[in-house]
Design a protein. Structure first.
Length: 199
């Protein structure tokens, strides 16, 4: 049976991985054979890559070493629910992409330093939705100058000149979802009237 490259590579690494794990723990083949009920010769062939790894062999070994099966075999990450963020610095801000696949909607967590307080409005294609996680966000949108507190959201057409940053007191953490072709979120958030004012 032909395996995809990632699976074939993981299978080829099982033997050396088993041997490393056993020797790092100072366990002999005889000791492991006694703990698992698998013959010493079978364990030796498995470590040498001369015997195909199977669940019947790997489960008792995983139990003997007290490690999860996926750690034992170095299984490729398939369906792993954990999200691994790779933060980037963009214009002095820390940006963590939350979407892995390219598509119409892209999501980010953005950390804006407290020093970014000077508006520099820009316009581009798209539609953006912002949600404030912490800090106080200043959003300049066309003629409006708005302040958003944690838990508040805003959405707008990015063809309108806009800028968002800190009010100066502390860094701001936000979630940002941008639809490149003008896709809109289903949530409608209106600014509070007391936040709207011309400056």
């Amino acid at each position: 049976m032909e395996h995809p490259p990632a699976i074939a590579a993981a299978l080829a690494e099982v033997g050396p991985r088993l041997k490393r794990l056993r020797t790092q723990r100072g366990v002999t083949l005889a000791g492991l054979a006694e703990a698992t009920g698998i013959s010493k010769s079978t364990l030796s062939r498995l470590e040498a890559g001369q015997r195909r790894p199977s669940l019947e062999l790997l489960l008792p070994i995983a139990q003997a070493h007290r490690v999860p099966l996926d750690e034992l075999v170095g299984a490729p990450e398939v369906g792993d629910p954990r999200v691994r963020f790779t933060p980037r610095r963009v214009n002095g801000r820390t940006v963590l992409p939350l979407t892995r696949q390219p598509g119409a909607l892209q999501a980010w967590k953005v950390i804006i330093p407290a020093t970014q307080t000077e508006p520099d409005p820009r316009a581009h294609e798209g539609y953006e939705w912002l949600y404030v996680l912490s800090g106080r966000l200043r959003l300049v949108l066309g003629d409006h100058d708005l302040m958003l507190d944690p838990g508040e959201a805003a959405e707008f057409d990015t063809r309108l000149p806009h800028w968002f940053g800190s009010t100066g007191g502390q860094p701001v953490e936000i979630l940002s979802i941008l639809g490149r072709q003008g896709e809109r979120m289903h949530i409608r958030a209106k600014p509070r009237q007391d936040n709207v004012g011309d400056r």
